[in-house]
Design a protein around this ligand. Structure first.
Ligand code: GLA
Length: 383
């Protein structure tokens, strides 16, 4: 899904015959470390991307919700009364799900005209869906004067995705899109949503964070994510724990011996990954950004060997980036394709990107798309 040529895209007034009441933006994210830990009630450490979904919107009082998307190239008209889990297929399910979740939670909100546009690459593991949900959640909060906090809106957006769209995602992406701040990573404890903004001064350390989109389609809806989540929950049950988060690293070895063989690597990943988030935060707090590198690479090995959500393309991107001098690299997001992040010296960024591209060419893979990520701002009103 690429941004459409603005020359050809109808404006809000052209679509709806009146001006918008406002415009809201919500970003995509990359997670520095802490993958598949959120639904185990553990730690995550995402940053927001500069790329956003923008929602221009105006209220309607006739029970209709009309949504146009520059990427979907389609105007979808829905009756609020018809909104029900599973009832809206495709991209429109995400914004419609947010409206449904708000109403289901008892908020007195009516319809709206909404115009969506996005420069968050879709299907790249950069949370374009969460950005879409959060832009609409922020727009509705503003339009209807709800005054909900950013974490409350994140939880409503997650509910839209879980219950309305039917993807059993955790809370990381929505919290990142709603709560991240410029220049910082969000150190989030997903058990109680307590969070701390941890400064990440990449430029000051002479570093850049490359995002290499492998262009392998990442789709959380295909059942693999749900199966992994179910495996983790089963392991926690067998161990008599509320969630794998509660398993301390010192107790890991003992715990593993009591579990069925197929669950052991999942548990090992979650426990070691939570410890890696804490190690990463300690390095950031100490101002030692290059020390993050090996933590990232160890995280990738765990996702590849234990959690098994990497793929040949993400593995190759990590290997080639590290071989070309990156301090560290890992896949980011749910896996099964998507993007790899690589922490590089600024003056080696082009070299690393070129080496990864060359390795992909040699392997016969499609050329990766490269972005540079700087920690940006969470959801906000822009007009
Ligand atoms: C997806 C989900 C998140 C999280 C990650 C893996 O992005 O939406 O909730 O589980 O995968 O860390």
């Amino acid at each position: 899904m690429n941004p459409v040529n603005p020359v050809n895209a109808p404006t809000f007034a052209e679509l709806y015959g009146r001006p918008a009441e406002g415009e809201w933006a919500a970003p995509g994210r990359v997670n520095l470390i802490g993958e598949h830990t959120d639904y185990n009630l553990g730690f995550v450490l995402p940053i927001a991307l500069p790329q956003t979904v923008r929602a221009q919107a105006a209220r309607r009082d006739d029970g209709l919700l009309r949504i146009w998307s520059a990427q979907g190239r389609e105007l979808v008209e829905l009756r609020l009364a018809d909104l029900a889990p599973g009832a809206v297929p495709g991209w429109a399910g995400y914004p419609a799900g947010v409206v449904w979740a708000l109403r289901d939670a008892g908020h007195q909100v009516g319809g709206a005209d909404i115009r969506l546009d996005s420069d968050v690459p879709g299907g790249a593991g950069l949370s374009s869906s969460a950005a879409l949900e959060c832009a609409v959640a922020a727009a509705y909060d503003g339009l209807y004067g709800l005054g909900r906090s950013a974490p409350e809106l994140a939880q409503l957006a997650q509910r839209a995705e879980n219950a309305f769209v039917g993807v059993p995602c955790g809370i990381m992406d929505q919290m990142a899109s709603m709560c991240c701040r410029p220049g910082a990573a969000l150190f989030l404890d997903t058990r109680d949503l307590s969070a701390r903004q941890v400064p990440v001064d990449l430029a000051g350390a002479g570093l850049a964070l490359l995002v290499l989109d492998t262009r392998v389609k990442h789709d959380l809806g295909d059942g693999a994510y749900a199966a992994l989540r179910a495996g983790c929950e089963r392991a926690a049950d067998l161990l008599g724990l509320p969630a794998l988060r509660s398993l301390e690293p010192a107790a890991l070895a003992d715990a593993l011996t009591g579990l069925p063989e197929e669950l052991r690597p999942l548990v090992r990943h979650v426990v070691t990954e939570n410890a890696r988030v804490e190690a990463a935060v300690a390095h950031l707090d100490a101002g030692d950004l290059p020390a993050l590198g090996p933590v990232l690479t160890a995280g990738h090995a765990s996702l590849r060997d234990d959690f098994r959500v990497s793929c040949p393309e993400t593995d190759l991107a990590v290997e080639a980036a590290v071989a070309a001098g990156a301090h560290g690299a890992r896949m980011t997001g749910g896996g099964f394709g998507g993007s790899v992040i690589a922490l590089v010296d600024t003056d080696r960024a082009d070299h690393v990107a070129a080496e990864v591209t060359a390795a992909f060419r040699t392997a016969g893979y499609a050329e990766p798309r490269t972005l540079t990520a700087t920690p940006a701002e969470g959801a906000r009103r822009v007009r």
